[in-house]
Ligand binder design. Structure first.
Ligand SMILES: C[S@@+](CC[C@H](N)C(=O)[O-])C[C@H]1O[C@@H](n2cnc3c(N)ncnc32)[C@H](O)[C@@H]1O
Length: 400
C-alpha cells in the first residue's frame, strides 16, 4: 500500500475534522485498539464554540472540549492511530472514509445541494444532555429540580446516574436509524423508572427521536405511582403495566429492552424477552445472582477451583462473573455485539456492571458456542437464561 495514499487520506480527514463547518463526525476503530468509537461535534460552552471529542474505550466515555491549536494537536493524535472508518457530516458535504482489511483507503465525498445550517443551539442541548442551572419542567415534575433550576441535594446522585445512562444509550448507535415507527422501549423490573422516564423525555424532546415507553413491574404500588407520574407529565406515550417479566406480552416487538437491577433471574427473563423479540438494543444491569450460586455451592469443585470455592464471598463473586459471562455469551450467539462495561460510577452502587448489546449479524457462532459450552463444563453449571431461549438456539447450546 503506497504510504502517500494513506498520508493523503489522513490529511483529508484532518482538514475535515478541524473545519469550521463540522456538524458531527464519528471515527471507529476495530480489533485490538482500546478506543472503539470517537465522536466530534461542536458545542457552545459559556458563549465559546468548542469541539467536543467523546471517546469510548469499551468501558468508559472520556470527553474533551477543545479549540484552536489544542484541537489540531488532539485531532492529529487521533488520526495517527490506524482507524477503520470515519464519517464526517459537515454543513456543505458528507465524507466517508473507509479502510479495507489490507489498509487501502476509500474516500467518498458527497456535496450537498443545500448547505445545512449549523444549529448550535440544538447541539448545545444535545451535548449537555439534561442540563442543570435552568428550570426544566420534566426534572421539576419528577421531583428532581427546584423551581429556580437547581438539582435538589438529595437527588444529585440520581441526576448524575440519569445523565450517565442517557449517554450510554445515545453513544451506542444512531437511534434515529433504528425504527421507522416510534422506538418502543420496554423497561423490565422498572421500579420507580427514573432512568427510563428521563431517557424517554430526552429522546423525544431533546434528540427528536419519537419513542414510547412501557414499564413492567410486579409491584402494583410502584406501577400505580409510575402511572400517576406519567399522567402528571401529560405523556401519552408512557405506560406502566403490572406483570411478571416472563408473562408480559408486548403490543409489538420492542426495539430496546432495559432491565436495571432486576433481581436474580428477572434479568434472564428480560434478556429472553429481548432475544425472542430480536430487540435491537439491550441495556441490562444485573443485580443479585442466586441461581448459579446454588449450583456452585452444591457442586464438587475441580481441584484447580477448590481454593476459590472454599470462601463464600469469593465463590459468590466468581458466580456473579460466570453468570454474566454466560449471559453475554448467549447474547453473542444470538447475534448481538455485546460489551460488558461500567454502569455508573462505583460510588453509586456496587452493582455496577452493565451488559450493553446491539443486534448485528455474527459470523463465528460455532466458536462462540464452543466457548460457551467449555465455560459451563469447567464449572459444572447451567445458566437460567438457557431454559428460556427459543428452541432452535437452546438445542445448539444445550449440553445435557
Ligand atoms: C432493585 S429494583 C430496580 C428498579 C429499577 N429498575 C431501578 O433500577 O431503580 C427491582 C425491581 O424489579 C421488580 N421485579 C423483580 N422481579 C420481577 C419479575 N419477575 N417481574 C416483574 N418485576 C420484577 C421488583 O418489583 C422491583 O421493583
Amino acid at each position: 500500500m503506497p504510504e502517500t495514499e494513506v498520508a493523503t487520506t489522513v490529511q483529508v480527514a484532518f482538514e475535515k475534522l478541524i473545519a469550521a463547518d463540522l456538524v458531527q463526525a464519528v471515527l471507529k476503530r476495530g480489533g485490538a485498539n482500546s478506543v472503539e468509537r470517537i465522536t466530534l461535534r461542536p458545542v457552545e460552552i459559556k458563549g465559546r464554540k468548542l469541539i467536543q471529542i467523546s471517546s469510548f474505550d469499551g468501558r468508559k466515555t472520556f470527553v474533551k472540549n477543545l479549540i484552536g491549536p489544542e484541537l489540531e494537536s488532539e485531532v492529529r493524535e487521533l488520526l495517527s492511530v490506524p482507524f477503520r472508518s470515519l464519517f464526517v457530516n459537515a454543513a456543505s458535504d458528507e465524507t466517508q472514509i473507509q479502510f479495507s482489511k489490507k489498509g487501502k483507503p476509500l474516500v467518498v465525498v458527497k456535496k450537498r445541494s443545500q448547505v445545512v445550517e449549523l444549529d448550535l443551539a440544538h447541539d448545545r442541548t444535545i451535548n449537555r444532555l439534561l442540563p442543570e442551572g435552568e428550570p426544566d419542567p420534566f426534572l421539576q415534575t419528577i421531583g428532581m429540580m427546584t423551581a429556580d433550576g437547581r438539582i435538589k441535594a438529595d437527588r444529585r446522585r440520581k441526576f448524575q446516574q440519569i445523565n450517565e445512562f442517557i449517554k450510554l444509550v445515545t453513544d451506542t448507535t444512531d437511534l434515529k436509524s433504528l425504527s421507522i415507527e416510534p422506538l418502543l422501549i420496554v423497561d423490565f423490573g422498572c421500579g420507580n423508572a427514573y432512568l427510563t422516564f428521563a431517557l424517554h423525555y430526552y429522546l423525544n424532546e431533546k434528540l427528536g427521536v419519537p419513542c414510547e415507553l412501557i414499564g413492567v413491574d410486579q409491584n402494583q404500588e410502584l406501577i400505580d405511582r409510575d402511572n400517576a407520574k406519567a399522567a402528571e407529565l401529560k405523556s401519552e406515550t408512557i405506560r406502566f403495566v403490572n406483570a411478571s417479566i416472563n408473562a408480559f406480552q408486548p403490543p409489538r416487538p420492542p426495539d430496546m429492552i432495559v432491565a436495571l437491577h432486576a433481581c436474580d433471574t428477572a434479568t434472564d427473563a428480560a434478556l429472553a424477552q429481548a432475544i425472542h423479540a430480536q430487540a435491537k438494543l439491550i441495556f441490562s444491569a444485573p443485580c443479585c445472582h442466586h441461581h448459579l450460586q446454588v449450583q456452585l455451592a452444591k457442586g464438587k469443585p475441580a481441584t484447580e477451583h477448590a481454593a476459590i470455592m472454599r470462601d463464600g464471598i469469593l465463590r459468590e463473586r466468581l458466580g456473579d462473573i460466570i453468570t454474566d459471562t454466560l449471559r453475554a455469551m448467549i447474547l453473542r450467539i444470538c447475534g448481538y455485539k455485546v460489551e460488558v462495561i461500567e454502569f455508573t460510577s462505583p460510588e453509586h452502587t456496587a452493582k455496577n456492571l452493565l451488559i450493553r448489546a446491539h443486534k448485528v449479524s455474527v459470523d463465528n457462532v460455532a466458536t462462540l458456542i464452543e466457548e460457551y459450552k467449555a465455560l459451563k463444563a469447567t464449572f459444572g453449571v447451567t445458566p437460567y437464561l438457557e431454559s428460556l431461549l427459543p428452541e432452535e438456539i437452546a438445542n445448539q447450546i444445550r449440553t445435557d
